[in-house]
Design a protein around this ligand. Structure first.
Ligand SMILES: Cc1cc2nc3c(=O)[nH]c(=O)nc-3n(C[C@H](O)[C@H](O)[C@H](O)COP(=O)(O)OP(=O)(O)OC[C@H]3O[C@@H](n4cnc5c(N)ncnc54)[C@H](O)[C@@H]3O)c2cc1C
Length: 366
C-alpha cells in the first residue's frame, strides 16, 4: 500500500479516543503531538474510571440498534489491536452474566424481553439455572436461581491498555505533553505556552470539549475499586434490581470494579453515601466473601454525551472532532477510530458513516 505523505497532527486529549487515534496515526507514519490537561499515567479521563466492558448485547437494551452493530465490530477489532500492541492478554472474551435475586426475577424477565425486542428472538444469550451459574462462577452466592449468559461479550483491562497505548505512542516517536490544557482551532492548538500550528488538529477532549460543543453534557458515573483474594470471577456480572442495574468487573491482581451509577449531573465531587452503599451491597450480595474486600478507591467521572447519546465525528478544514461516546467508549471506539482515520486518509470505506458523520444535534457553529 502506498503511503500518504507524512503530515503533522495534534491530538487534544489523551483519554481513550486520543490515545487510540495518536497511536494509529503514528503507525501510518505521521508525526503526532498529544496533549492532555492532566497526568498521563493516572489520567483524569473517563477511560481511566471506566469498567472496560465491551457489552453490545446488554447495552442494546438501553441504546439504539446501531450501538449493537458498532459494538459487534469492537469484538473483532480489539483483539487485532491488542495483538499489534503485543498485549493480547488484556482481552477477556468470556462473555458476561446477568442475574437477579429470587424476589427480583421479574427484572431479569423484563431484561430478556427487551433484548428479544431489540434484536429479534431468539436473541444471542443462554438462559442459565442456578447450577449453571455455579458451574460458570463458583464464587457467586448460591441463592441465584436463574441468569442469562451473554456469551459474545468481553471485557478488557482498560488501565493497562491506556498504559500500553502511551508506551507505544512514545516508542513511535509521539511527542506527549501532560498538564497542558489546550484550545483547538483548525490547524492550530493554543496552550499556556502559546499557539502552535499543525496540518490537522484532532479534538478528543471528551467532556473537556464542552466549549466547542455547548450542549455536550456530562453524565456522572460513580464506581468503587476493591481488592480481595477471596473471590474469583472470570467475567462481568450484572445485577438486575428494581432501583438500579449495577455490575462487577474483574481486574488483574484481585481487583474488582463495581459500578456504575448514571446520574444526569456534571458534579465531580466524591461519591455519595447512598451510591457507595448501593455499590457495596451489590458486591456483598453477589458474594458475601466480598465483605472483607479492601476499598482501594472511589471513582467519579463524566461520560461525554450528545443529546442523542451517540458518538459523532465532524470535519472542518484542519480540525476533526470526535466525541459523545457516552457510556460506550470501549464498545464504540473501534468504529469511531476506523471511521475517523478513513476520513483523514481520504481513502477507503468510512464505517458507520450514516451515524458517525451525522452532525451532532447541538454541534456548535464556532
Ligand atoms: C464510571 C464509568 C464507567 C464506564 N464504563 C464503561 C464500560 O464498561 N464500557 C465502555 O464501553 N465505556 C464505559 N464508560 C465510558 C467511557 O469511559 C467513555 O465513553 C470514554 O472514556 C470516552 O472517551 P474519550 O476519549 O472521548 O474521553 P475521555 O476518556 O474522558 O478522555 C478525554 C481526555 O481529554 C482530556 N482533556 C479534557 N480537556 C482538555 C483540554 N482542554 N486540553 C487537553 N486535554 C483535555 C482529559 O483530561 C481526558 O484525559 C464508562 C464511563 C464511566 C464514567
Amino acid at each position: 500500500m502506498s503511503r500518504l505523505p507524512q503530515q503533522r497532527f495534534a491530538v487534544a486529549g489523551a483519554g481513550l479516543l486520543g490515545r487510540l487515534v495518536a497511536w494509529r496515526l503514528l503507525r501510518d507514519g505521521h508525526a503526532v503531538t498529544l496533549y492532555d490537561a492532566g497526568d498521563l499515567d493516572t489520567p483524569p479521563a473517563a477511560a481511566w474510571t471506566a469498567a472496560g466492558m465491551v457489552a453490545p448485547l446488554a447495552e442494546t437494551v438501553v441504546s439504539e440498534r446501531c450501538v449493537y452493530d458498532m459494538g459487534r465490530m469492537a469484538l473483532t477489532r480489539w483483539p487485532e489491536w491488542l495483538a499489534e500492541l503485543e498485549a493480547p492478554g488484556l482481552w477477556h472474551p468470556h462473555g458476561s452474566l446477568v442475574v437477579a435475586h429470587p424476589q427480583d426475577e421479574g427484572e431479569l424477565t423484563q431484561f430478556r424481553r427487551e433484548l428479544d425486542d431489540a434484536l429479534g428472538a431468539p436473541a444471542r444469550y443462554r438462559p442459565l439455572s442456578g447450577a449453571d451459574l455455579q458451574a460458570l462462577e463458583p464464587d457467586l452466592a448460591e441463592g441465584f436461581r436463574h441468569g442469562l449468559f451473554l456469551e459474545e461479550e468481553a471485557h478488557l483491562d482498560n488501565r493497562e491498555l491506556l498504559a500500553r497505548l502511551l508506551a507505544a505512542i512514545r516508542e513511535l516517536g509521539g511527542e506527549c505533553y501532560a498538564h497542558t490544557p489546550v484550545e483547538t482551532r483548525p490547524g492550530e492548538v493554543e496552550s499556556a505556552a502559546g499557539r502552535r500550528t499543525f496540518d490537522r488538529v484532532i479534538d478528543c477532549r471528551g467532556h473537556g470539549a464542552r466549549p466547542r460543543h455547548p450542549t455536550l453534557r456530562g453524565v456522572r458515573g460513580e464506581t468503587l475499586q476493591v481488592h480481595t483474594e477471596e473471590v474469583r470471577l472470570s467475567r462481568p456480572v450484572r445485577l438486575m434490581h428494581p432501583r438500579y442495574q449495577l455490575y462487577v468487573v474483574p481486574k488483574p491482581d484481585g481487583r474488582f470494579v463495581v459500578g456504575a451509577t448514571s446520574i444526569e449531573s456534571e458534579d465531580r465531587s466524591p461519591i455519595s453515601l447512598q451510591s457507595s452503599l448501593e455499590l457495596s451491597s451489590v458486591l456483598y450480595t453477589l458474594s458475601p466473601a466480598f465483605a472483607e474486600a479492601r476499598v482501594l478507591e472511589q471513582g467519579v467521572n463524566l461520560r461525554p454525551a450528545f443529546r442523542d447519546n451517540l458518538p459523532h465525528v465532524t470535519h472542518r478544514d484542519g480540525l476533526t472532532s470526535a466525541n459523545g461516546l457516552f457510556r460506550h467508549g470501549y464498545l464504540l471506539a473501534p468504529a469511531v477510530v476506523d471511521h475517523l482515520l478513513a476520513e483523514v486518509r481520504g481513502a477507503g470505506e468510512r464505517p458507520f458513516a450514516a451515524v458517525l458523520a451525522e452532525t451532532a444535534p447541538e454541534e456548535s457553529a464556532s
